[in-house]
Write a protein that binds this ligand. Structure first.
Ligand code: SAH
Length: 237
């Protein structure tokens, strides 16, 4: 079964964007996932094809109308659609690797890209949209965010990543940031590759990588480190 992505946007030309290149692009061409992009404006009802209106209660900016967005959603995602319906939103649940895994394990996603000040709250409730944020900053629209969410999910689909093993030790999968990488040349600008990595001793290499991953996580991400040590007590010294 193919992972089906449906994106609703006012800027369809922004797709497939980055998803049309490299790993995701090849997977798209190979039919490992599909992408349907829908112009929300096509569901406008007036002669000016307007999709937004001024905020109730006053204030700056415009709000995407519930009736028009709902018509667009209903067109691509009938009531019995098993796919999650996501709304890209800075108020949403912070997107993470676990969410990417869940998405990749499912039938696909319907993703609404917001614009303006946001969308009418009633359509979020009525169509069961799950708000998802890609981080604590404000973008001008949800299109880049949607590509980030899809990119993270698509690379996890079966057959997409050439080297399946690479997924398992990656940052966040183990609860740790990943260890540093090196490749030839053996010496560059006076810097050499850590000796252990060229030793051929796999147990030592594993131990070194784990030690570096733990040290990096402790230094850079106290939040991840605290969660990691809560689950798994640190080794005895
Ligand atoms: N007024 C809103 C921001 C609107 S930004 C607020 O203060 O919360 C316009 C659109 O960009 C949003 O509707 C959303 O779809 C998208 N967007 C902006 N920042 C985002 C983020 N961090 N994560 C996901 N989508 C985001």
């Amino acid at each position: 079964m193919t992972f089906r992505a449906s994106v609703l946007t006012l800027y369809p030309d922004m797709f497939p964007g980055t998803l049309g290149q490299a790993l995701a692009g090849k997977a798209l061409a190979d039919g490992l996932w599909s992408l349907e992009v829908t112009q929300i404006r096509d569901f406008a009802t007036d002669r000016h094809r307007s999709v937004d209106d001024t905020p109730a209660g006053g204030g700056a900016g415009m709000v995407l109308r519930a009736d028009i967005l709902a018509r667009a959603i209903d067109h691509v995602s009938p009531a019995d659609d098993p796919r999650p319906r996501l709304l890209m939103s800075p108020r949403g649940r912070p997107f993470d690797q676990a969410m990417a895994r869940d998405l990749a394990a499912g039938p696909g996603a319907v993703i609404v890209c917001g614009r303006f000040e946001g969308v009418d709250e009633r359509v979020i409730e009525a169509r069961g949209l799950t708000e998802v944020s890609i981080g604590d900053y404000v973008l001008s629209g949800g299109e880049v965010a949607a590509q980030i969410v899809l990119d993270a999910a698509i690379r996890l689909l079966p057959g997409v990543m050439g080297n399946q093993v690479s997924g398992e030790t990656e940052s966040f999968e183990t609860g740790l940031l990943e260890h540093p990488h090196y490749t030839r040349p053996a010496e560059w600008e006076g810097r050499s590759i850590p000796e252990v990595l060229t030793s051929g001793n796999h147990a030592r290499i594993e131990a070194w990588r784990r030690e570096r991953a733990e040290a990096l996580t402790r230094e850079r991400r106290p939040d991840l480190w605290a969660a990691y040590t809560a689950k798994k007590p640190p080794p005895e010294r």
